[in-house]
Write a protein that binds this ligand. Structure first.
Ligand SMILES: Nc1ncnc2c1ncn2[C@@H]1O[C@H](COP(=O)(O)OP(=O)(O)OP(=O)(O)O)[C@@H](O)[C@H]1O
Ligand SMILES: [Mg+2]
Length: 332
């Protein structure tokens, strides 16, 4: 263990949705790699394409209206975008699994949680009923559910939000997947439970060597969990860096804006005492992207060039990748 092997590579992904009868790009030029036992956080405001990116990896876009129109997802020498649903179903839940954004809708209300974890062992490993259930109880114990043999008999509505989230993580990790895609796995939870679940994911990740894509809009979560961070804006990655670089010397004005808008210690209880310094303006609609840089209309650093042409994602002198023409120093 230890060597950084790139387990999964998203290469120049393009996704379109048919919106109001027209094809609109919602994800463009998105590339990143997921590495063994490392966590890449994908951050950005609502609607920037985080979930669509994750769903595309597993071929789970609602099609129509969504469609992958370009790029590749490389995993174990194969391009997942070229596989049939049948071929993908053999990878999903077993080698690559996902914790979906809506925890309430991801569990089936009419089956016990033990059954739902056991189902993974039955379908993917072909284990018998009894053995699957035993393994499920063991997995529930691993994710910190007290008295798992008994709780396995609970239905989802008999559990708290934090416990249900642990069940979802148990389902996702049951087969020791090589890759875990976790879409806002702690957003609905209070801060203490959130910290516990993040710690748990990290522990299991290290133990199993899982590569993790963690989607969040919360920089508190990023600080806690990320090795590397990709910041998305209007369907594109606008900055990508290791976690320390991103927090200490962000390049892109959007990253700077997001960092400024996050609650900080000393802001009052739960960070709610201080007004957030929101970035002025709103994300452009995919139907109406500016000709130049998508962030230009909201940018405090903009110059003429930004209106005229879209900057490429390129390596900057802080070592990170950023999609911006104007260096941060000019902002002061
Ligand atoms: N089912 C859908 N039908 C039509 N358009 C969609 C659908 N799902 C996503 N989109 C489009 O794709 C864009 C990106 O959506 P996505 O769900 O990836 O955002 P997100 O970054 O995950 O946001 P959030 O933080 O709110 O979860 C949306 O703004 C929307 O235009
Ligand atoms: Mg989402």
């Amino acid at each position: 263990m230890g060597a950084l092997r790139e387990l999964l590579e998203v290469d120049d992904l393009e996704v379109e949705f048919i919106l109001e009868g027209h094809p609109r790009p919602v994800v463009s030029e998105v590339s990143f790699a997921l590495r063994k036992a490392r966590t890449l956080c994908l951050v950005g405001e609502s609607g920037c394409g985080k979930s669509v990116t994750a769903l595309s990896i597993l071929g789970l876009l609602p099609d129509p209206p969504g469609r992958i129109t370009g790029g590749h997802v490389w995993f174990d020498g194969r391009d997942l975008t070229a596989l049939t649903q049948n071929e993908l179903s053999r990878i999903r839940g077993r080698r690559i699994s996902m914790v979906f954004q809506e925890p309430m809708t991801s569990l089936n209300p009419v089956f016990t949680v033990g059954d739902q974890v056991a189902e993974v062992y039955r379908t993917h490993l072909g284990l018998g009923r009894q053995e699957s259930l035993e393994k499920a109880v063991e997995m529930l114990r691993r994710v910190g559910i007290p008295d798992p043999a008994q709780r396995a008999g609970n239905y989802p509505h008999q559990m708290s939000g934090g416990m249900r989230q642990r069940v979802l993580i148990a389902i996702a990790l049951a087969c020791h997947p090589e890759v875990l895609l976790a879409d806002e796995p702690t957003t609905a939870l209070d801060v203490t439970i959130q910290a516990q679940i993040l710690a748990l994911m990290k522990e299991l990740r290290d133990e199993m060597g899982t590569a993790v894509l963690l989607i969040t809009h919360d920089f508190g979560v990023v600080a806690e969990a990320a090795d590397e961070v990709a910041v998305m804006y209007a369907g594109r990655i606008v900055e990508q860096a290791d976690c320390d670089t991103l927090f200490h010397s962000p390049w892109h004005p959007y990253t700077t804006g997001l960092l400024r808008s996050r609650p900080r210690p000393g802001d009052g209880a739960g960070g709610k005492g201080r007004r957030l310094e929101a970035i002025p303006g709103t994300v452009p609609s995919p139907a109406n992207l500016p000709r130049g840089c998508s962030f230009e209309p909201r940018c405090s650093r903009r110059e003429d060039i930004c209106r005229e042409s879209a900057p490429p994602l390129e390596q900057k002198n802080g070592g990170q990748l950023a999609r911006c023409w104007i260096p941060p120093a000019k902002e002061a």
